[in-house]
Design a binder for this molecule. Structure first.
Ligand SMILES: NC(=O)c1ccc[n+]([C@@H]2O[C@H](COP(=O)([O-])OP(=O)(O)OC[C@H]3O[C@@H](n4cnc5c(N)ncnc54)[C@H](O)[C@@H]3O)[C@@H](O)[C@H]2O)c1
Length: 451
């Protein structure tokens, strides 16, 4: 980026005449677009989904993040443009942020097709000589931005430093957690051109109140994001593994964790029925793939993934054992899952451990029903029964807390107990007051607790 252009960019930021494009208006892109709009910039939001665009244009929230419900700008709001056409939006933009999905394939390999398609559409629409800055925000492994986008840039005959600049800035916000929204999380920026990196520091500092840092080349910022999630996966895997070991030793894992947490440098995590969402259970595979590409084993990351991935099956087996001890056979049993979303207070079923848990129970011949006030019946697989209201939850043999939604944790346990056929309760998140529930008549069990 020539000096004059950097200065012009800085001026546009300071006098709020900069135009920001956001490609992909999902959990990440929509709050980001709203955040830049709130910060005073012209915003062009693009999504390939007509439904998403129609809803956003109508001032509605197409995502399951309740924090976005009341903040989508109303139709006709100034500086707010929403379209399905990347070609229409990009020529208006000084900076284009790409926030498209980065899932894994069925054989657990990174699926970069969205990053590639969105990048191609953006590059084809960039006016020659505009030096538009294109920033990938999707979570990827180190090397993806350059490896995926540079061949397209070259194929289209575009020149870095004249027609465009490429940077990477991972999103770290936490849907459903107002304390860690897009305007409150620290950001890191990677770019081979330090001047562009610093220009983006100025821009993102208008979005977030937290630290924004230029960290050097693209790969540093790409790797930082993926290892943040790898670390969480490993920490959770450790506690989930302990939750399998300690009940076999007739020890409650939570007692052990409480004792260990009295030491100053012990980091406490809570075991659960599994890890969900499309970050923590997905991103480690990106790192595993990259390590394999360069011939370095990623044994620890791979093992942690295996523990967390098999947790729902492990819990299903534990539930069958509890039923068996209560004199019930799988075939005539009905289990009620409380919660289906992968995390509390969010209506997001992606990669939820509830799905493999329900599948494993179904395969054992157990009838499974689900209550989740943040989701709807259309989002459920065919083999689960949908429970609209707990008043209708009659005749179950076991209730299993899967998601710690407030509505599930704080439900009327005395009433539900009256409606149960058998009073079995399993806390899959270790959030319930088990002594109190036992005192009112529930036969309580929990992940990591001896039966
Ligand atoms: N959701 C999170 O909590 C979170 C947090 C941090 C980072 N991330 C990462 O951010 C990225 C996006 O995640 P998300 O949760 O927002 O996904 P999402 O599925 O909610 O949203 C992605 C949107 O992109 C749209 N899209 C796909 N291809 C497109 C294209 N070519 N042009 C325009 N729009 C297109 C989709 O229709 C969808 O609306 C992923 O890489 C994810 O790993 C997610």
């Amino acid at each position: 980026m020539p000096m004059a252009l950097t200065a012009a960019f800085a001026t546009k930021i300071s006098d709020n005449t900069l135009s920001v494009g956001i490609i992909g208006l999902g959990y990440v892109g929509l709050p980001t677009a709203i955040g830049f709009h709130d910060a005073g910039f012209e915003v062009w939001g693009v999504d390939v989904s007509q439904r998403t665009v129609d809803m956003v244009m109508a001032g509605k929230n197409p995502t399951g993040d309740p924090d976005v419900d009341d903040i989508v700008p109303a139709p006709g709001t100034e500086r707010w443009h929403i379209t399905t056409s990347t070609a229409e939006a990009v020529p208006h933009c000084d900076v284009v942020l790409v926030t498209v999905p980065t899932p894994i394939t069925h054989d657990l390999k990174p699926d970069l097709s969205y990053v590639e398609a969105a990048g191609r559409a953006v590059f084809e629409a960039i006016p020659k000589g505009s030096n538009t800055i294109v920033v990938l925000e999707s979570t990827v492994y180190p090397g993806v931005t350059a490896q995926t986008w540079m061949p397209i840039v070259e194929e289209l005959g575009l020149i870095i430093g004249e027609d465009l600049e490429i940077a990477y800035c991972p999103e770290r916000f936490n849907p459903g957690d107002p304390a860690h929204g897009v305007r409150q999380v620290a950001r890191v920026i990677g770019c081979s051109n330090p001047e562009v990196g610093e220009a983006l520091v100025t821009l993102y500092s208008k979005l977030t109140s937290e630290d924004v840092r230029y960290v050097g080349k693209l790969e540093v910022a790409e790797a930082a994001k993926v290892i943040e999630n790898v670390q969480r996966d490993i920490n959770i895997a450790l506690v989930n593994e302990l939750a399998r070991i300690f009940p076999a030793l007739d020890v409650d894992v939570e007692d052990v964790l409480s004792a260990a947490a009295t030491k100053w440098n012990f980091h406490r995590y809570t075991p659960g029925v599994g890890v969900g969402g499309h970050c923590i259970p997905v991103d480690p595979y990106y790192m595993i793939q990259r390590a394999a590409d360069v011939g370095v084993p990623a044994g620890l990351i791979t093992a942690a993934r295996a523990v967390n991935r098999t947790m729902p099956n492990h819990v299903a087996q534990v539930l069958v054992n509890i039923l068996w001890k209560a004199g019930l056979s799988a075939e005539n049993t009905k289990i009620l899952l409380l919660g289906w979303s992968y995390k509390a207070e969010v209506g997001d079923p992606r990669e939820t451990p509830a799905e493999p848990l329900a599948e494993a129970l179904h395969e054992k011949g157990i009838a499974v029903a689900v209550y989740d006030p943040h989701l709807s019946s259309e989002e459920m697989p065919d083999h689960v029964e949908w429970v609209d209201s707990l008043d209708m939850a009659e005749g179950y043999d076991m209730a299993v807390l899967v998601t710690a939604h407030k509505a599930c944790v704080e439900l009327d346990w005395a009433s539900l107990l009256q409606q149960m056929k058998t009073p079995l309760l399993y806390d899959g998140r270790r959030v319930l007051d088990l002594s109190r529930l036992e005192a009112i008549g529930w036969d309580v069990h929990a992940v990591g607790r001896p039966n």
